[in-house]
Design a protein around this ligand. Sequence first.
Ligand SMILES: Nc1ncnc2c1ncn2[C@@H]1O[C@H](COP(=O)(O)OP(=O)(O)OP(=O)(O)O)[C@@H](O)[C@H]1O
Ligand SMILES: [Mg+2]
Length: 239
Amino acid sequence: MKPPLLKLTNVNSYYGKIRALNNVNLEINEGEIVTLLGSNGAGKSTTLKTISGIIKPKSGEIEWNGQNLVNVPPHRIVESGIIHVPEGRRIFGGLTITENLELGAYTFRKNKKWIKEGIERAFDLFPRLKERSKQIAGTLSGGEQQMLAISRGLMGNPKLLMLDEPSMGLAPIIVQEIMHNIQEINKQGTTILLIEQNAKAALRLANRGYLIEIGNIIMHDSAEVLREDDRIIRAYLGA
Ligand SMILES: Nc1ncnc2c1ncn2[C@@H]1O[C@H](COP(=O)(O)OP(=O)(O)OP(=O)(O)O)[C@@H](O)[C@H]1O
Ligand SMILES: [Mg+2]
């Protein structure tokens, strides 16, 4: 079997003296959608920040494509194919959709053709963005802003796309649309690590899932098994 694309081994991350990740072990294989579930404050975003190099783990190993990621600066991690779409979207509100997408391609900034094709791909995936390509991003709806944030991430040509709560605050119909598009992105060859409070939607999409509580991974299994698990059902899927 192929080794995992990404492998975290006993990763410990701290904010000052407070330990936010406690010996986290997590693997992602090429082509998978993996979801990371957990309540508020469990350490989900911290896990993504640690992978993308925003937080340096105090100990533990992160292997990516056979390369060690600990101590690699964040921009190098982006260039190596890991893109993190953070919580709360953080698009450039004063710029148009197209300008936001162009900025997402900064690792390829010399390749105009690649940028043009990337924008076309984003517009194929999210036709709503195409209709509004000259609209100032700050005036977009929440759902459209999320679509833009994901599309901007794709402009960096990720091998692994990490999405932090893409459905946050959105109406169910838009959540469905975004989940469908995440699946589409995966089918086109991008591996996905998805953080979701909407466990139902995430477990419908994912191959496998991890459950994190107070910095500890307490369970991991196939999505089918997690969907039937009493603990998950009680805490995350509703009775
Ligand atoms: N910048 C920070 N400084 C200090 N503590 C932090 C910081 N960011 C997060 N924490 C703490 O680390 C723990 C994990 O936070 P994290 O943001 O990873 O949780 P989360 O699972 O993403 O939660 P949520 O679902 O609310 O987004 C929490 O106890 C949080 O208060
Ligand atoms: Mg979070």
